[in-house]
Design a protein around this ligand. Structure first.
Ligand code: ASP
Length: 323
């Protein structure tokens, strides 16, 4: 009886202790460099969340090792709702890529809901002699062993896309890892690297201004808009049958964050994803905001688990690992 009374009091205390959450700024860790696609999603979402949570939302960039350094930081952070993680498909690809991932993807986080899905584009430096995918393929074949492919490190979306691209072409390229595709883009613009796959959220304006060449989109269907992307063929129709990569982003808290807090965050996320300003920005960059059941934490977690099973075999077949 005494025990029961204590448990009831403790539960009451826990609830009331978190009733005022958030009482100070909330930090979202972005596991890539500032100015890149994940960072852009986080900053736009952070602005929409700020309106819901009535507290500033701070973005902290912790780039490196394909996003796993930032994810590890959040896995070990205090489970109090003040440190969150916004990570993309790397959440599901890194378990197959890292022998010693410093966290357990499915056990060390509270899943707060999926945010959006973003297609990728295959782009190249503006000085490449190729002007379409057929010419690019011929150029790659003629330059075997010399082609540089930029990415944001093992486990990043650009890495996954580049890996599948090399597998499909049966050509090995020299991969050049960065802390995010923002610094990779700087080098692509400067002509230091040759090609890269990246989310439309990072590539659209560079394609529109002609600063990079765009060769294809990575989804199985062509994109409806904007015009610079809509005219691009898919890799699938360009001969790489079945090529299909679409990048999703999700929000996470450290395991053990109180349910009262994760419920508040999930409610705030659902409202933020309906924010007209946020929707407008996402649409302009080719991103599709999630509206389905994956907004529920349990379904978000199941989706990530399914993605781990989907990508694992393809990654293992490529034989790329890091410790
Ligand atoms: N687009 C990057 C990637 O390759 C990540 C980033 O810089 O946001 O996964």
């Amino acid at each position: 009886m005494k025990k029961l009374l204590f448990a009831a009091l403790a539960a009451g205390f826990t609830l009331s202790a978190w009733a005022e959450y958030p009482e100070k700024p909330v930090t979202i860790v972005v596991p890539f460099a500032a100015g890149g696609p994940t960072d852009k999603v986080a900053r736009d979402l952070g602005e929409a969340l700020r309106k819901e949570l009535k507290q500033p939302v701070i973005i902290e960039n912790v780039g490196g090792a394909g996003g796993t350094l930032g994810a590890a930081k959040v896995a070990k952070a205090a489970p109090d709702g003040y440190t969150l993680l916004l990570y993309h498909i790397g959440m599901a690809t890194s378990p197959a890529l890292y022998r010693n991932l410093p966290y357990k993807t499915l056990d060390d986080f509270e899943y707060l809901g999926l945010i959006n899905e973003v297609p990728m584009t295959l782009i190249g430096r503006s000085t490449l002699p190729a002007n379409n995918f057929t010419e690019l393929k011929a150029w790659i074949e003629a330059n075997k062993g010399k082609v540089n492919l930029a990415n944001a490190g093992l486990g990043a979306a650009s890495h996954l896309c580049g890996l599948l691209f090399q597998q499909a072409l049966k050509v090995d390229m020299t991969t050049v890892p960065y802390k995010g595709t923002a610094p990779a883009m700087t080098d692509l613009l400067g002509g230091q690297v040759d090609i890269m796959c990246d989310q439309t959220t990072n590539t659209t304006s560079q394609i529109e201004s002609g600063k990079v060449k765009a060769f294809a989109v990575t989804t199985t269907k062509r994109l409806p808009a904007p015009p610079a992307l809509a005219k691009l063929p898919t890799l699938d129709e360009s001969g790489l049958k079945g090529f299909n990569v679409s990048i999703w982003h999700g929000l996470y808290a450290p395991k053990g964050t109180p349910k009262a807090v994760t419920d508040k965050l999930n409610t705030a996320l659902r409202a933020a994803l309906k924010d007209p300003e946020f929707l407008k920005r996402e649409e302009a960059l080719g991103a599709v905001v999630v509206t389905d059941g994956r907004l529920a934490p349990a379904e978000h977690k199941k989706f990530v688990s399914d993605e781990i099973n989907k990508w694992g075999p393809a990654i293992k077949a490529a034989g790329q690992y890091a410790d």
